[in-house]
Design a protein around this ligand. Structure first.
Ligand SMILES: [Zn+2]
Ligand SMILES: [Zn+2]
Length: 249
């Protein structure tokens, strides 16, 4: 705990120093004119996601087929959540933004990411009663010192004016890193790996929950979290992420 506080203090010191230096692009570190911004060339390379898209999972469609349309994957195996939205595609251009936020201390990006999430998930945030992040296992949290999804959830909640409960969910066990696993293995890996913290159980009955994560890959983690929330009485679950893997159907 002490090291966590010291680490945080060190980062605060760094934040104070950063305030004296010219703001840098969140992606490539080029000088930009305001903090929390991406330079024009990085901005142009990002693939921002929007309509037309699958109503359920947010997969972009090449043509407008109506607001209720769902993609083949969602029709074949419907996710338990109601709607998932993402700011941009997870690709070569967005990877450094996402990984920089996850693994290096580029935490000053949180307010900007919160605004982007609030925009991409405006409809979802507008209807949500509670915003909550996908949790890290406590061991991984101790190693990394912060949960990037919790920072995103708090920044989004602050922008959208919704209650954030950062520790609503917990991991019931450690799950191996999913990096190299296929979809089936990921589903098995995280099945039943999440639960509601007992002290928050009474808070979610009948509530609409907006779950926040950094990347939606196969959706295995989001499915598992959604199931835990619905089993605890949430009326519906929506998902918003910074990035989303977009595969051609
Ligand atoms: Zn840049
Ligand atoms: Zn879909």
């Amino acid at each position: 705990m002490t090291t966590t506080i010291l680490g945080f203090g060190k980062r605060l010191g760094k934040a104070a120093l950063d305030a004296l230096l010219p703001p840098l692009c969140l992606s490539c570190q080029a000088v930009v004119d305001q903090p929390g911004a991406v330079c024009p060339s990085c901005w142009a390379r990002l693939t921002f996601l929007g309509s037309p898209m699958c109503r359920r999972c947010g997969l972009p469609f090449p043509h407008d087929v109506g607001p209720a349309a769902e993609c083949a994957a969602c029709v074949a195996d419907p996710p338990p959540w109601e709607r998932a939205r993402a700011v941009f595609a997870y690709d070569e251009a967005s990877r450094s933004l996402v990984l920089g936020f996850k693994h290096s201390d580029r935490l000053h990006a949180a307010p900007a990411f919160g605004r982007w999430l609030a925009r991409a998930g405006a409809e979802l945030a507008g209807e949500a009663d509670i915003v909550t992040p996908v949790p890290l296992h406590w061991l991984r949290l101790a190693l990394r010192r912060y949960n990037q999804a919790a920072l995103l959830a708090q920044a989004l909640a602050a922008t959208a004016g919704v209650t954030c409960i950062p520790d609503l969910l917990k991991r019931t066990r450690r799950t191996p890193s999913q990096g190299r696993l296929g979809r089936g293995e990921r589903l098995k890996n995280v099945a039943g790996a999440f639960d509601i913290r007992p002290r928050h159980r009474g808070l979610i009955e009948g509530k609409r929950v907006l779950l926040v994560d950094d990347v939606l890959t196969t959706g295995a983690t989001a499915r598992s979290c959604t199931k835990a929330l619905l089993a605890a009485g949430a009326s519906a679950v929506d998902i918003v992420t910074l990035a989303r893997v977009v595969r051609a159907e």
